[in-house]
Design a protein around this ligand. Sequence first.
Ligand code: AVI
Length: 315
Amino acid sequence: MLATPDTDTEADPAFRADVLAGLAEPTPAIPARWFYDRRGSELFDDITRLPSYYPTRTETALLEEIMSEVDALSADNCAVVELGSGSSTKTPLLLRGIQPKAYVPVDISGDYLRESAAVVDKDFPDIHVYPVEADFTKPFALPPEVAELPKLGFFPGSTIGNFVPRSGTDLLRHFRDILGTGARLLIGMDRVKGIERLLAAYDDPEGVTAEFNLNLLHRINRELGGDIPVDAFRHQARWNDILSRIEMHLVAKRDVSFSIDGHSFSFARGSSIHTENSHKYGPRGGRVLLLAGGWTPLREWTDEDGDFALILAEA
Ligand code: AVI
């Protein structure tokens, strides 16, 4: 998960630029990374516990099941580098399973980073923890203390699915540059499955995903001085078959006009703001993506129903 800091008073210039440029596009869209202010991160945590949102519990159970195999395929005394550590509950499973020498959580949100680092520090006294506050999509340096250790990147949650394949391969190449040749990467990827289950996972009956999506408009109003009538929009999840992805949109329920920081926008009833892509990969598609990103798949595991995959790859 990508988390961005909450700045009620001071707007993030990158947020402002993305929103103003994105809403002015012929197909209006705002990058999904802006979902994750504090409220958005809380709502995402709630999503991961919903009965219809299968990815988190499926991946967690799978990780637990394959841990001894991952351990056998990992170098002794390695450094686990978790890319976008968030408030992950999967981390302790991996750390307990492979007993690395060091753990490097990387996250843009200092709050989350400090919380997860403190928990690991307390629960795993033998593991050195070196938190890095950084946007994992941008260049950053690993702590010098882990320079000589073999690296195992950890990128769970199917976050790779939130990148269009072109950016996903760029991101994988960037991980390769940071972790180095010979490093390994354990990555989670959500699989293509029946459309009904996919739609239910992104449009839950409890309405939590709808609130998560609409929170983006509240955030724009709060942080960028917008006057968007949030109740004029509704959440929609769509399956895009040709691109093999779930898309989230905010659809105008009526003709609506609003302004953000002096810029005016109008949406006709039925038009939408595209807010997220969540790509789903078949077995071959996932491996090709890794290969294109400079990683050779070594092993792949899925749950019994083939809902979710964890792949171990080598740079
Ligand atoms: C963080 N990411 C992998 C989630 C996903 O499934 O694409 C974000 C999400 N959006 C709606 N529900 C969950």
